[in-house]
Design a protein around this ligand. Structure first.
Ligand code: A3P
Length: 282
């Protein structure tokens, strides 16, 4: 922990900044050794942008069954945490999650595999990250919201996965016009989940009936997921959950006026550089 109660740090390994967690540092070569498959489906995003949500939608579609995983035996892998032989042993289609920055993303996968990049507005992602990490037993953040806000604005040489902006800008530029990439907004999933489910199904080539898409949207609704998902209790302090509020605009309950102004001053020009609009409220 630093003086601000912050345990989050980056490590520099072979000239690249990665989260300073033993599992990541030990497995950093995985991305070089990774064997991409044409039918791999990657779920990529900055942390707290709906990784688990997208995973459930995608697995419903690939399995043709509108049902949630039991949460403990998830057939998903973050390659940054996992030895490459385990990834090699996974059956196809593999569904792989990652938050790793573009420069470490396997080149072959970028060319051949299916990539779903989810974007969530950064203010809500910061707040979601705060509640996750301050209630998490593995990486407990003890610094309070003001310090977390400051931490969330830091560059990759200081904090795991770097700034929201670098992540999103990097991937959106690399994935633009690629037939093997789909960009999905968290806020669009909130607005009309069935429509996004249909888009995702068409993209990954697992089309199904309208009735099936209705069912997937129902089981993947926030209320249903929050109620039904079993979570590993040892991960969380009291009140901790991967399914906290699931709304757009919760940042308004956390950002002070000054933080909002500071954020907007830095992000105003950055957001103009992106080729999508970001929804901070609906
Ligand atoms: P909040 O903390 O704002 O509630 P990730 O899976 O990338 O860690 O993202 C977690 C965020 O996604 C949490 O946000 C969580 O509530 C939200 N989320 C998970 N499932 C959801 C769903 N079915 N509908 C809406 N939001 C969902």
């Amino acid at each position: 922990y630093d003086d601000e109660g912050n345990p989050l740090r980056s490590a520099c390994v072979k000239g690249k900044f990665v989260p300073d967690w033993p599992l990541v540092v030990d497995n950093i070569d995985n991305y070089d050794k990774f064997h991409a498959r044409g039918d791999d489906i990657w779920i990529v995003n900055w942390p707290k942008s709906g990784t688990h949500w997208m995973f459930e939608v995608v697995t419903c579609l690939t399995s043709g069954k509108a049902q949630l995983h039991d949460g403990i035996k998830e057939n998903t892998m973050f390659p940054e945490f996992c030895p490459v032989d385990i990834l090699d042993d996974m059956t196809s289609p593999r569904i792989l999650d990652t938050h790793i920055q573009l420069e470490l993303f396997p080149e072959e996968a970028l060319k051949t595999s299916k990539i779903i990049y989810t974007v969530r507005n950064p203010k809500d992602a910061f707040v979601s990250g705060y509640f996750h990490l301050s209630r998490d037993n593995l990486v407990g953040f003890r610094g309070g919201w003001n310090n977390f806000f400051r931490t969330s604005m830091k560059e990759i040489k200081e904090v795991p996965y770097g700034t929201w902006y670098d992540h999103v800008r990097g991937y959106l530029a690399a994935l633009e016009n690629k037939p093997n990439a789909l960009v999905v907004k968290y806020e669009d999933m909130i607005k009309d989940l069935k429509k996004e489910v249909r888009r995702i199904a068409e993209f990954i080539g697992h089309q199904n009936s309208e009735e099936f898409y209705d069912e997937v949207a129902r089981v993947c609704s926030f209320d249903h997921m929050q109620k039904s998902k079993k979570e590993l209790k040892i991960i969380w302090k009291p009140g901790g959950s991967m399914y906290r509020k699931g709304i757009v605009g919760d940042w308004k309950n956390m950002f002070t006026v000054a933080q909002n102004e500071e954020f907007d001053a830095i992000y105003k020009d950055r957001l103009k550089n992106l080729n999508i609009s970001i929804d901070f409220e609906l």
